[in-house]
Ligand binder design. Structure first.
Ligand SMILES: NC(=O)c1ccc[n+]([C@@H]2O[C@H](COP(=O)([O-])OP(=O)(O)OC[C@H]3O[C@@H](n4cnc5c(N)ncnc54)[C@H](OP(=O)(O)O)[C@@H]3O)[C@@H](O)[C@H]2O)c1
Length: 247
């Protein structure tokens, strides 16, 4: 990780769970991390917690469903930190509804956040990396739900799995497009199973699904370790996929 000391990472969904853990770890490793989320007070709290670490954390308010917010966030990074070297696309939601009688507004929220927001953030990061001719790294925090539809969650997860399948396809498409354009930017897709965060009791869901109640589960720090691993690989290695199963 030494080559990343002083370099800039943008982490979306930095205000809780996996994004907060990844941000903490990258700051501890000496990076400048711009954490993006809507709950700015949580980001400011994280900034305070990290004030004594070797790197630095910057709180940037951004609703990842808004193209304008994302573009402004990357402009802020360029003006204040010089540009982005690493992007971790982590912000993600699910919504309690179903497919057969479902609320299209909730489906839209899931796709706008998990898919379109990720695409727009990726576009902005690639622009910055290309302009500065850096060897960059784009990391998508995907899910096991991006590899298979869970029968246990099928009645309540509606378009979530489809959004994560899309993220996996987008990672592959991005890798091919970057290679076609001869850009030295790595792309990694990291797919965890159940991680103990606020995620399972969000989006209108108030209780943990029965089958998850007794674990096993991952913790957000396991994802931070995986991010450090993919970033630490030698220049000739690009880890395209990591799947983490709770054990
Ligand atoms: N927990 C699991 O079991 C699990 C398993 C597999 C994959 N994942 C994936 O891991 C990622 C992180 O989830 P988590 O478990 O850490 O959940 P979490 O604790 O609920 O955190 C979600 C993060 O996404 C941000 N976010 C949501 N909507 C946003 C928006 N419109 N604009 C900006 N930020 C937004 C939230 O920030 P604000 O609300 O402050 O904006 C928060 O920081 C997601 O992509 C999720 O799909 C989670």
């Amino acid at each position: 990780m030494e080559r990343y000391i002083g370099k800039v990472a943008v982490v979306t969904g930095s205000s809780s769970g996996i994004g907060a853990a990844i941000s903490k770890e990258l700051v501890k490793k000496g990076m400048k991390v711009a954490g993006l989320a809507r709950r700015i007070e949580r980001l400011e709290e994280l900034k305070k917690q990290l004030s004594k670490e070797s790197g630095q954390f910057f709180a940037v308010k951004c609703d990842i469903r808004s193209e304008e917010d994302i573009v402004n966030a990357f402009k802020w990074v360029e003006t204040n930190l010089g540009g982005v070297d690493v992007l971790v696309n982590n912000a993600g939601v699910h919504q309690m509804t179903n497919l057969t009688e479902g609320d299209a507004e909730k489906w839209r929220t899931v796709f706008d956040t998990n898919v379109l927001g990720l695409c727009i953030a990726t576009r902005e990061a690639v622009k910055s990396m290309k302009k500065r001719q850096v060897t960059g790294h784009i990391i998508h925090i995907n899910s096991i739900a991006g590899h298979r539809v869970s029968p246990e969650l099928a009645p309540i997860r509606n378009v979530y799995s489809a959004s994560k399948f899309a993220v996996r396809a987008l990672a592959e498409t991005l890798r091919l497009e970057l290679a076609h354009n001869k850009l030295k930017i790595k792309v990694s897709n990291i797919s965890p199973g159940y991680v103990k965060t606020e995620f399972q009791v969000a989006g209108g869901q108030t209780e943990l699904p029965e089958y998850l109640k007794n674990g096993p589960y991952l913790i957000p720090e396991n994802l931070a370790d995986a991010v450090v691993y993919v970033l630490s690989t030698p220049p000739n290695v690009d880890v395209s996929e990591i799947t983490l199963h709770p054990f």
